[in-house]
Design a protein around this ligand. Structure first.
Ligand SMILES: O=C(O)C(=O)/C=C/C=C/O
Length: 494
C-alpha cells in the first residue's frame, strides 16, 4: 500500500486559543509525523506574555456569563462540546493519527471515543452531584445543621501528555469545566493537533471567551513552565513523567496550589497456572503492546507461575511476532510507530541496556525494516525479555515502549512482594480463574488500580490515580468533582 507523504496532513493550523481568539505567534516549531518523519505543520509557540494573557482571560471569564451559570447550564454546554467532537469525529481521528502514528482503529475506539465520553460523563456527574448535610444536638442542647456547597477553585492549569492526547486532555478539561472552573491548557509539543481541534469545537459550541484557553510550547523555559509558575493559577493538574511531576509540584508549592498528578508506572501482569491460558496470553499482548507500549498502565513486568512459564513465553513470542506493525490505516494493523525519534532513541537505549544486563531477547529488540518512507519514521519492534533479576534497571525503570520482561514465580506471597517491590504503584493486572485468589491477590497490590482477567477497562466513575511515584490524588467520578471543586461547609445554629 503506498501513501502520499505526509500521511495524512494535520487538519488545523496549530494556533493558540486565548480569550476566544485563535492566536499565531512569531516563533513556531515543527510538528513531525512519526510515521515517516515528515513535517505536518508549524506550531505557534506561546511566549510568557501570551501565557499571562491566557491566565488573565481565564480569571476574567469567572466573573462573566460562565461564572453565573448553574451546574445544569454548564452541563448543557459540555454536552454541546461532546456533540461537536462527535460531529468532527473523523477530523479528531486524523489529528490523533497524524501526530502519533497510532492505528486508526485505536484512535476511533479509544482516543476519540473517550474524548466524547469524558465530556458526557462529567457533564452529567456535575449536574446530578449533591452535597452533604449533617444534623446534630450539641452537649449543651443546641441544635445545629451543617451542609456543604461546591464552588470552583477558579483558574486551573492543565498540562497534558502525548501518549493519549485527546483522552487525557479531556479527562482533565471536562471535570474542571463541569465544576465551573476556567482552564488554561498546555498539550505536549508532540501532539498539538487534537487540542487545537478541541479549541475549534469549544469556539463553535459557544463556550464563552476565556473559559478554555490553549497554549502551545515546550516545558522548561517555555509555555509549560510559564504556566505552572504563574502566580494566578488556583490549581494544576498534570499527567506525564514522574520527574516532570516533581518539578511542577515545586512550582505549585508557591502559593500552595492544589495539584493532581498521574505519573509514571512500571506495572506488573501476574499470570497464575489456573488462568484461562489463551485469555491471559491475549491480555498480556494487549497490556504490553497497546499504543506501542506508550500507556502509563502498560505491563512492562510479567510474572508467570513456574509450571506454565515456558509454555507462556513460547505462546507470547508467537503472538508478538504475529502483530502487524505499519501504517495507521492498514487492514488489521496492531501497532504503529512510537511518538518521536527522540523517544525511540530512549526505548532503543533500553533495548541495548537489557542485553548488557544479561537479558535473553525472546523476540524483537530492534527496528523493523519496511523499505519505504516508514524507515524514516519512529518504529521499533515489539520486544520480550527474560532472564533478568528484579534488580535490573530494565525491570525497575519505565521504558514506555512495546516491551515486557517475563519472570517465573512459585507462590502468591512471593509474587505479591515482587510486584510491590517498585518505586511506582499505578496499575497491575492478575490472570486467574480462582475467585478467592483474584480478590486476595489484587487487593494486596500497592497500586491505584488492579484489573482481574482484563486490562484497561474503564468505568469513568471509579477513582483513578497512582500510589508512590505514580502520582498524587485520584480523579474519576466524584473524585474529580472533589479535586476540581472548593468545598465549603456551612454551619447553622437552629
Ligand atoms: O483511562 C483513563 O481515564 C486514563 O486516565 C488513562 C491514563 C493512561 C495513561 O497513560
Amino acid at each position: 500500500m503506498s501513501h502520499a507523504v505526509p500521511w495524512p496532513v494535520s487538519l488545523s493550523p496549530t494556533r493558540n486559543y486565548v480569550d476566544g481568539q485563535f492566536v499565531t505567534t512569531a516563533k513556531t516549531f515543527p510538528n513531525i509525523c512519526p510515521i515517516n518523519g515528515v513535517k505536518l505543520a508549524d506550531v505557534h509557540e506561546a511566549d510568557a506574555g501570551l501565557v499571562d494573557r491566557a491566565v488573565h482571560a481565564a480569571r476574567q471569564a469567572l466573573s462573566g456569563p460562565w461564572g453565573r451559570m448553574s451546574p445544569a447550564e454548564r452541563s448543557a454546554v459540555l454536552h454541546k462540546v461532546a456533540d461537536g467532537i462527535e460531529r468532527r469525529f473523523e477530523d479528531f481521528v486524523a489529528a490523533e493519527v497524524s501526530d502519533t502514528g497510532r492505528p486508526v482503529a485505536q484512535a476511533r475506539t479509544l482516543d476519540v471515543y473517550r474524548g466524547v465520553a469524558n465530556f458526557r460523563t462529567f457533564a452529567d456527574l456535575a449536574r446530578l452531584a449533591g452535597g452533604e448535610t449533617f444534623d446534630m444536638r450539641t452537649a449543651d442542647g443546641q441544635d445545629i445543621m451543617n451542609y456543604t456547597v461546591r464552588k470552583p477553585h477558579g483558574v486551573v492549569g492543565i498540562i497534558s501528555p502525548w501518549n493519549l492526547p485527546l483522552l487525557l486532555l479531556t479527562w482533565k478539561v471536562a471535570p474542571a469545566l463541569a465544576c465551573g472552573n476556567t482552564v488554561v491548557v498546555k498539550p505536549s509539543e508532540e501532539t498539538p493537533s487534537s487540542a487545537t481541534l478541541l479549541a475549534e469545537v469549544m469556539h463553535e459550541a459557544g463556550v464563552p471567551p476565556g473559559v478554555f484557553n490553549l497554549l502551545h510550547g515546550f516545558g522548561p523555559d517555555s509555555a509549560g513552565e510559564f504556566l505552572t509558575r504563574h502566580p494566578e493559577l488556583d490549581a494544576i493538574t498534570f499527567t506525564g513523567e514522574s520527574r516532570t511531576g516533581s518539578t511542577i509540584m515545586k512550582a505549585a508549592a508557591e502559593g500552595v496550589r492544589e495539584v493532581s498528578f498521574e505519573l509514571g508506572g512500571k506495572n506488573a501482569a501476574v499470570v497464575f497456572a489456573d488462568a484461562d491460558f489463551d485469555e491471559a496470553v491475549a491480555g498480556v499482548i494487549r497490556s504490553s503492546f497497546t499504543n506501542s507500549g506508550q500507556v502509563c498502565l502498560c505491563s512492562e513486568r510479567v510474572y508467570v507461575e513456574r509450571s506454565i512459564f515456558d509454555r507462556f513465553v513460547a505462546a507470547l513470542k508467537e503472538k508478538t511476532e504475529a502483530l502487524k506493525i505499519g501504517y495507521p490505516d492498514e487492514d488489521g494493523v496492531n501497532m504503529g510507530s512510537l511518538i518521536s525519534h527522540g523517544h525511540r532513541d530512549k526505548v532503543l537505549s533500553y533495548f541495548k541496556l537489557a542485553v548488557e544486563e544479561g537479558a535473553t531477547v525472546v523476540t524483537g529488540g530492534g527496528v523493523p525494516h519496511f523499505g519505504d518512507e516508514r524507515d524514516q519514521g519512529a518504529f521499533v519492534q515489539p520486544t520480550i525479555w527474560t532472564g533478568l533479576p528484579d534488580t535490573a534497571r530494565c525491570v525497575r525503570e519505565e521504558v514506555f515502549g512495546p516491551v515486557c520482561h517475563i519472570a517465573p514465580f512459585d507462590t502468591e506471597e512471593e509474587v505479591i512482594a515482587r510486584v510491590n517491590d517498585s518505586p511506582y504503584g499505578l496499575a497491575a493486572c492478575v490472570w486467574t480463574t480462582n475467585l478467592k485468589r483474584a480478590h486476595n491477590v489484587s487487593r494486596q497490590f500497592r497500586v491505584g488500580i488492579a484489573w482481574v482477567n482484563t486490562w484497561f477497562l474503564r468505568d469513568l466513575r471509579t477513582p483513578f490515580g497512582g500510589a508512590k511515584l505514580s502520582g498524587l490524588g485520584r480523579e474519576g467520578g466524584r473524585h474529580s468533582l472533589d479535586f476540581y471543586s472548593e468545598i465549603s461547609n456551612i454551619c447553622i445554629r437552629l
